[in-house]
Design a protein around this ligand. Structure first.
Ligand code: T4K
Length: 412
């Protein structure tokens, strides 16, 4: 450990970085390698690599069982899963969606010429605010696409009521919420369908992967066809389809990850408690709160930086962390409404999104997962504490630093 006693010890001012290697937010959790390699050998022996093979079927069965739904349709990733679910639900025209999300949520609509109507979120849950949703419902609205951001389930009952009253479909992007619950109900059974991501950077991964889970039998039939070019049998195509299939190797990784699920969650929970302890009492640093009565995956270590209290901006702190090899992220800055093509197609959305606008300027995601040990977390927190303790000096030094000290984080 390199002690940062003086401000000039900070890497951003020329000191040695705190960590030799970058600490990533999305470093993958990897389960039992032997089990994975056994499964891969079996796949190779069987010479069945894709197209709804036995590992995919087993994976679907296990996921559906775990989240207590009738059906799971495994896909190559969550973006394609969203696109297929949106199409199979018959969405068109306009769909109400938060801007505070990964851009894939909005893209899955726009990709199919459906206009995403960006809606503001609730300040506490970071999820769709039903009062704002209701204001945005128009004759063109066909659905609501909610996001369980950072594993948080918001006002799902209010959204369900709105959907029923206005004859809308209700789909959830549950990319962050695998193995989470709300009032004891496991995520997977909310709305008409929910979509999980099993991307490498998620706490539970199948290299790349995703799934739609639902209790709707008819919807599942459509999605299975759409996932496989619309084939209902050899030489028989019933539907316009795409290729959304999960490979056998991805399913093997998913099944192997499932065997370590409890361990991954336990490590994330342990890390969360450690961050909570070490970040407490640092002015202007607020760690997201999780309801410990619920099931959580604790996969995103979300901190809000209040510049007025900390004396340092979120972006200044981010740059300092990056220079020390802590690759914190600003998920999901600047909000989908400020990204293309949405900023050009639908300008002037900021006025309707005050909470989103405020949150994206404050949020910082810190590294967690099985690659981040206690010592790392303690050092990261100590670094943040020191920077904030000396915020006025650090701030001045940052503005006065020489131009050759380049930017560590490409900020826009
Ligand atoms: N909906 C929501 C709400 C989502 O958050 C996402 C994806 C989706 C839908 C779509 O799901 P998928 O179609 O991907 O299944 C990353 C992930 O690629 C993305 O899956 C995730 N959300 C998003 C929040 O994070 P980027 O552009 O930030 O990825 P990247 O390459 O910068 O990687 C993140 C960090 O992880 C880096 O610090 C490097 C590290 N990393 C990454 C990979 C791939 C590793 O250490 N090892 C790795 O193998 O999007």
């Amino acid at each position: 450990m390199i002690a940062k006693q003086l401000i000039c010890d900070l890497a951003i001012f020329g000191g040695a970085p705190l960590f030799d290697e970058p600490l990533h937010v999305g470093a993958p959790n990897i389960g039992d390698r032997c089990r994975l390699l056994q499964r891969i050998n079996d796949i190779l022996d069987k010479r069945w690599l894709s197209n709804n093979g036995p590992y995919v079927q087993e994976f679907e069965f296990q996921i559906a069982k775990l989240v207590s739904v009738r059906h799971c349709v495994a896909m190559c990733n969550a973006t394609i899963a969203l696109e297929i679910a949106i199409r199979a639900l018959g969405l068109s025209g306009e769909v109400i969606v938060p801007s505070l999300t990964f851009v894939a949520t909005a893209h899955a609509l726009q990709w199919q010429q459906i206009r995403p109507i960006f809606c503001d979120v609730d300040r506490k849950t970071y999820t769709l605010d039903p009062v704002q949703v209701e204001k945005l419902i128009s004759p063109q609205t066909t659905g609501i696409l909610g996001v369980h951001l950072w594993g948080k389930v918001g006002a799902h009952k209010d959204l369900a009521t709105l959907a029923t009253q206005h004859n809308l479909r209700l789909l959830y992007d549950a990319a962050h919420a695998f193995n989470c619950s709300h009032n004891g109900q496991t995520v997977g059974s909310f709305g008409d369908a929910e979509v999980f991501s099993f991307h490498a950077t998620k706490f539970f991964n199948s290299f790349e992967g995703g799934a739609v889970v639902t209790n709707d039998d008819a919807l599942v039939e459509r999605m299975r066809l759409m996932r496989n070019f619309g084939f209902a049998g050899y030489d028989q195509v019933d539907y316009v389809g795409t290729n959304g299939k999960m490979t056998e190797v991805a399913a093997a990784m998913g099944l192997t990850s499932l065997e370590s699920l409890d361990h991954f969650v336990a490590v994330n929970h342990h890390n969360y408690k450690l961050y909570q302890r070490h970040l407490a009492h640092i002015p202007g640093i607020y760690l997201i709160e999780y309801d410990e009565q619920e099931q959580n995956n604790f996969q995103y270590m979300v901190v809000e930086v209040d510049e007025a209290e900390s004396g340092i901006s979120r972006d200044q702190l981010l740059e300092i962390l990056w220079s020390e090899n802590v690759r914190a992220r600003r998920y999901f800055y600047p909000g989908c409404h400020r990204m293309e093509p949405y900023a050009t197609l639908y300008p002037g959305q900021e006025a309707n999104l005050p909470v989103t606008e405020a949150v994206v300027k404050r949020v910082l995601i810190l590294p967690t997962g099985t690659t981040i040990g206690d010592g790392y977390i303690e050092q990261i927190c100590e670094l943040i504490r020191r920077v904030i303790q000396h915020a006025p000096v650090v701030r001045t030094a940052l503005t006065e630093r020489s131009p050759q000290n380049g930017r560590y984080y490409a900020s826009s």
